[in-house]
Write a protein that binds this ligand. Sequence first.
Ligand SMILES: NC(=O)c1ccc[n+]([C@@H]2O[C@H](COP(=O)([O-])OP(=O)(O)OC[C@H]3O[C@@H](n4cnc5c(N)ncnc54)[C@H](O)[C@@H]3O)[C@@H](O)[C@H]2O)c1
Length: 401
Amino acid sequence: MNYNPMRNLPAVAGYKSGDVLLLCGELFGRGYANGIVEEARQRGMTIIGTTVGRRTGEGALRPLDAEELAAAEEYLGGRIINIPLEAGFDMEPDASGVTVAERLKGIKPGAAEVEKELPVAANLLIVHSMAGGIPRARLFMPLLNRVFKGQGEKYLASSDFWGGELGKLCDLSFNEVTADSFAHLIEATAGLRGTVEGKDCSVAYAAYGYHGCEVLIDGAYRWQSYTPYLQGWAKMRLEEHARTAWEQGIKATVFNAPEILTNSSALFLGVEISLYPLLAALEKEGGGAVAASVRAECARLLAEGATLETMLARANDYLASSVMADFADLAQWPHHSTREQMELMLSRSAELLAMNANPKDIVCGALSGAVFRGVGRLMLDASWEPSAPVWWLNHDIMKYA
Ligand SMILES: NC(=O)c1ccc[n+]([C@@H]2O[C@H](COP(=O)([O-])OP(=O)(O)OC[C@H]3O[C@@H](n4cnc5c(N)ncnc54)[C@H](O)[C@@H]3O)[C@@H](O)[C@H]2O)c1
């Protein structure tokens, strides 16, 4: 592992009208990919999306129906290749058993559609946002709820779950969805690389990673991470895929991004605690209009009597606590949970969330928006002249947000 934090803003990319951003992974409200899609749209790029597909009542995977497709295309602001790209597997009796490699081969007709968008010299940026893979079988969710949210008698050590048969099954599926889908995507789009490169244009791949994040703790940037992040091994495998592609001359980059609240991270209660110090980081990195407007937006969301200062102090107290010191070693990542750590994290998470006036409209939502926009812009710009297979985007570089 080669820790590679991005400390300097990349130059503004040359992407322009006619260039194409192909998003592999569906765009959901508040998801990370909104940042890069917004940024690409502002620069006039053509956006092409994909879908994870939907399940029929009987459990079979299907493409979007006409109504769903129209809604998804409107939200994306571009065409969607309507081939369901759900990866991983589940244990439903009627699951198709088709692997993501086979499905991604199915993207080839879609890739031909992308080619039509590249009749003249155009640059192509392929963005991978896929992560997940919790097997669908009903027995998983109660166990995972205990791993991620269990306290007292309900606590289940992540190492016990991960070391068991069900953990091993999760591991296989996480690898397929979160990591290997990237390798398959690079392989399935070899034809596109040929088409574009022959025209003296660039093809770059950018994937969202996670490998902890530096945030302000006691006034200084320190690396920390959410525990138990059971997809961590798959995320490291994703980094490996980027390194392997890089060795073959393919510009594939994993951008390890900060913790934010999205549909996918909602299960990981406590993941959002490291977002609060972003407020302090934005100011430390120069403040300005963005920092002021994020702060004002956050202040508006507070419950009566709560203050941003108290919020920041309580988040810092957790991040700087002696309990968390055992989780501070980047080389040992991903860490497994302990009872003490889970109790501290979950109770502090609940205490901080209670400082919002409306549980559905929270400070962490506003902070997440600032982060996904900042990350989207950094990813787009850094992809223009890629210089490394793996970057860490920490809170210090979010001055860009
Ligand atoms: N939320 C965070 O704190 C955080 C932090 C760092 C990196 N990331 C990464 O950002 C990326 C986007 O995640 P997000 O948090 O914005 O959530 P999201 O729910 O908006 O996006 C999840 C993505 O994964 C895809 N996906 C889910 N299950 C899939 C499956 N079985 N097969 C294929 N694709 C599947 C979805 O289509 C979607 O594009 C992921 O790679 C995630 O790991 C998230």
